[in-house]
Each structure stands twice: as C-alpha cells, then as structure tokens.
Design a protein around this ligand. Structure first.
Ligand code: UT7
Length: 316
C-alpha cells in the first residue's frame, strides 16, 4: 500500500473566548482547580455568526491554500466529528458544497470521538490507494459548547469548539502512516445521547475512570507505532498528543523522556476540542515553523467509544 503525507494544514478558531474566570459565574468552580487539574485556562466557543460549518470551511480552505492544492484535485473528504450542524447532510457533504469539491468522490463523516482525526487519516490512506486522485481532505471539527450540561461542573469546564484540517497526498513508494487503533464499546464512561433517545444531548463522563484508561492507552499507542515502524523515540521529530488533560501529556512525556522542544500543549487556550484537537496542534506547529517538510511526527489520540489510536505522520 502507498502511504500518505501531509501537504498543508489549516484551522478555524471561533472568536468567542471563555476563560475559567467566566465560568466561575456559571458553575461552582475556580480557575485554580481547572488550571491545576487540567491545564485549561480558556476555550473558544462558536459565537454570533459562527457555526460548525463556518469554522470547518475556514480550516479546510486554509489547508488547501497551505498545500497549494485546488478543490478539484481532492479525491476524498472525511470530517471526523460528533457535533456537526446536521446529521444529514453530513458535515463532509456540507463542506463539499461550500468548497466546490468534485462530485465523483466520497465525502462522509466519521465518529471516533477524540480519536476521530487519526481514524480518518487511516481511512483516507486506504481510500486514496483506490482513487485516481492523489489528494485527500481530512478534517477534525467540533462544536461541543452546544453539548455541555451547565449543571455538571465536572464536564462543562473541559470542552471547547474548533476545527483543524489537513490536505494529504498519496504517492507510490511513500511509507504508510502505520496506524494502530482499537475500540472498546462502553456507554458508561463517556456518553453523548443521540437524537432518538428523547433526552438532551449532553456530554457525560466518568472523568477519573477515563483518565485511568487514557494513561494506559497513550503508551500502548506509542509503543505499537514504534514497533510497527521500527523506529525509536529518538527518531521522532515531534510527539502530538490529544489535548484532553495536560497531566495525561505530562505523564507520557516523563515516561518517554521527551524533551520540551519535541512536544506541544495548547490545551490552555482551547480546552478539549475532541476530534479537532490533533489537527489544531498540527496547524499551530506548522504555522510556528516547528514542523515542516520532512518532519516525522508520532500522533496519539484516545477518547469516547472508547477509542484509541496512533500513527506516524510525515510532512511532504
Ligand atoms: O477527550 C476524551 C477523553 N477525556 C479525558 O481524557 C478526560 C480524563 N479525565 C480528566 O481529565 C479528569 O478526570 C478530570 C479533569 C475530568 C477530573 O479531574 P479529577 O482529578 O479526576 O477530579 P474528580 O472528578 O475526581 O473530582 C475531584 C473533586 C470532586 O470533589 P470531592 O468529591 O473530592 O469533594 C469534584 O466534585 O473535584 C470536584 N470537582 C470540581 N471542583 C471545582 C469536579 N469538577 C470541578 C470543577 N471545579 N470544575
């Protein structure tokens, strides 16, 4: 199988910023508690005139621009999300219309919660191997502020909105991203009810149990990707972890002795943006010049489902 590499990235960040202090007026919480337990200081919410679709289109347009690829060259479009504007049409079909993507390509949504972007990259690699076109559009986007229960301080302070996108290219001879992934069906630890249940669609989570799961899932993914690719920690230019809790990232960094210049945290600004979290990191790293052509990244995600996954991402 031919592998994919990232050609360009982009992000759509909603303008409304909500700080921990702002939330002190809404629930019984405090900046000290939130910052020390999670690393979060603020989060962005879609405000006036902003929707899931508008931030998603912004991220995708920027990624196409960054890659120097036109919409007509895209061979497949996947949006990883659990919070699109509509169930039908899918967020990917809405995006296809907004960007004018070709009509003879698959456009669809993928829900693997916070691991969605990595599941989507793996799926895209498979799709492009069977496509006459070389490029694919992979987006991770969420509008989670609509799914928050303002009576549950254990979850409402954690999540934010955002969109990140990557244009990937598939070429003969390029190595596969060597994705590893897994699922363990569980409705108790992390749950968002669907439309048919008749109850409000709020995020509920048993945080401490999910934390324990994450602390095991992250090293499993790192180890499996290194094993599958025959690489060592030293071979990796950058580690990209799902931004769910700064303490989870710190534990991984300590375990693998990853130096500060080789990992990144933006959870302080965004909170947990689920499927958008990894592509938001990629887009910021690229803009700051910390990664670019030739960079080799190891990305790890974990979250509801339960789901987990990792892969080796190279920049073209
Ligand atoms: O992206 C998907 C995957 N998600 C994750 O990976 C999330 C993983 N879990 C976590 O990040 C952490 O478990 C949380 C940040 C969600 C919670 O941290 P914790 O250290 O596990 O706290 P806890 O839930 O055990 O709560 C400790 C205390 C409780 O009070 P008592 O019972 O000890 O008196 C909570 O009621 O903190 C209280 N608490 C809060 N206090 C102030 C819970 N939420 C808040 C809050 N402000 N917002």
């Amino acid at each position: 199988m031919n592998g994919i590499k990232i050609r360009g990235t982009g992000r759509g960040v909603p303008g409304k910023i909500v700080t921990n202090q702002d939330l002190e007026n809404v629930v019984d919480t405090g900046d000290e508690w939130i910052a020390s337990r999670t690393g979060i200081r603020a989060r962005h919410y879609c405000g006036e005139g902003e929707t899931f679709s508008s931030i998603t289109a912004k991220a995708a347009r920027r990624a196409l621009e960054d890659a120097g690829v036109s919409p007509s060259e895209i061979g497949a479009c996947i949006v990883a999300t659990l919070s699109g504007d509509s169930l039908v049409p899918s967020a990917a079909c809405v995006l296809q219309q907004a960007l004018g993507l070709p009509e003879d390509i698959p456009c669809f949504d993928l829900n693997a919660a916070c691991t969605g972007f990595l599941f989507a990259l793996h799926t895209m690699e498979c799709l492009l191997n069977a496509s006459p076109r070389r490029f694919g559009l992979v987006v991770g986007a969420e509008n989670l502020s609509r799914l928050l229960n303002w009576e549950d301080r254990g979850t409402c302070i954690l999540f934010g909105d955002g969109a990140g996108a990557a244009v990937v290219e598939c070429r003969e001879g390029w190595p596969s991203i060597s994705a590893v992934m897994g699922c363990h069906g569980n409705s108790e630890l992390l749950h968002v009810p669907g439309a048919e249940t008749g109850v409000h669609s709020y995020i509920s989570m048993e945080g401490t149990k999910v934390f324990k799961f994450a602390v095991e899932a992250v090293p499993w993914c790192v180890d499996q990707v290194l094993k599958k690719t025959g690489r060592t920690v030293e071979d990796i230019d950058f580690f990209v972890f799902h931004q769910a809790n700064a303490r989870i990232i710190d534990l991984a960094v300590r375990k693998y002795r990853i130096p500060p210049e080789k990992y990144y945290k933006n959870i302080a600004e965004y909170g947990n943006t689920s499927a958008a979290s990894i592509p938001l990191v990629l887009s910021e790293l690229r803009q700051q010049g910390k990664i670019g052509p030739g960079s080799r990244l190891l990305a790890v995600g974990f979250g509801g489902g339960l789901t987990w996954g990792g892969c080796l991402i190279e920049f073209a």
